[in-house]
Design a binder for this molecule. Structure first.
Ligand code: ATP
Ligand code: MG
Length: 223
């Protein structure tokens, strides 16, 4: 089975004297569904940042989608990101763009035809129950609605790898259920590999998953 993420003796830090992740070794295979947990400030978002090439690697190696992150230049990192869908802790929607245009963006970057974009955007908007708000702007939406848009945007281009940072952090059950259902269907139907940071693993997910925990800079797998 193909390996999507391989970390060997990985060290991550913002400053040399303050290591965040130390000597991490793990492999994530295609179609794995992985939860990452750990205390606030333990390095969960930092780890995700490294996975999409947004943090320089302090030591060891990190390969994501067969790209060596430490050695990759801007062109390769951009290529990598076309294979990744990201849901940020703070959504990061483009405020000047409508909901519809936000969701369309990764597909445009990936070069999808307009007709395919149109139908995919409509399908996703309907899935997150926001068809009637497709022409609104992010700041006219509630937090839960913005997060549902962010989730739809992250999967619109059918990425190989989905990274989600606390995607249901402040959401009610209605929005949370939609987010988990989208992640689950991307994993099961599109074979996407999913890495999701969360403090609380949902009870009724009904899916086989792995669990990583970050404690004092070390990454552990537990069952
Ligand atoms: N840009 C940065 N520059 C320097 N230090 C940073 C930066 N971003 C995060 N840190 C530090 O790195 C450590 C890990 O932060 P990170 O955001 O990865 O934690 P987290 O596990 O995602 O926490 P939370 O659950 O609160 O989101 C913290 O001590 C934080 O202060
Ligand atoms: Mg975080």
């Amino acid at each position: 089975m193909s390996i999507i993420i391989r970390a060997k003796n990985l060290h991550l830090a913002y400053k040399k004297e303050e290591p965040i992740i130390r000597d991490a070794n793990f492999e994530i295979k295609r179609k794995d569904f992985v939860f990452v947990s750990g205390a606030s400030g333990s390095g969960k978002s930092t780890l995700l940042k490294s996975l999409y090439g947004n943090l320089s690697i302090f030591g060891g190696t990190l390969e994501v989608c067969n790209i060596n992150i430490a050695q990759a230049g801007k062109r390769l990192i951009n290529e990598l990101r076309r294979n990744i869908g990201i849901v940020f802790q703070d959504y990061k929607l483009i405020e000047e763009w409508t909901v519809e245009k936000n969701i369309r963006l990764p597909m445009v970057i990936s070069g999808y035809k307009k007709e395919i974009c149109d139908s995919q955007v409509e399908k996703l908007l309907s899935h997150v129950d926001l068809l009637y708000k497709s022409n609104r702007y992010p700041l006219e939406l509630s937090g839960g609605e913005q997060q549902r848009v962010a989730m739809a945007r992250a999967i619109s281009h059918r990425p190989l790898l989905i990274l989600a940072d606390e995607p249901t952090g402040n959401l009610d059950d209605y929005s949370s259920d939609m987010i988990w259902s989208l992640l689950k269907s991307a994993n099961e139907q599109l074979d996407a590999t999913v890495v999701v940071v969360t403090h609380r693993i949902p009870d009724r997910l009904n899916i086989h998953y792995r669990k990583l925990n970050i404690i004092d800079g070390e990454v552990y797998e537990y069952s």
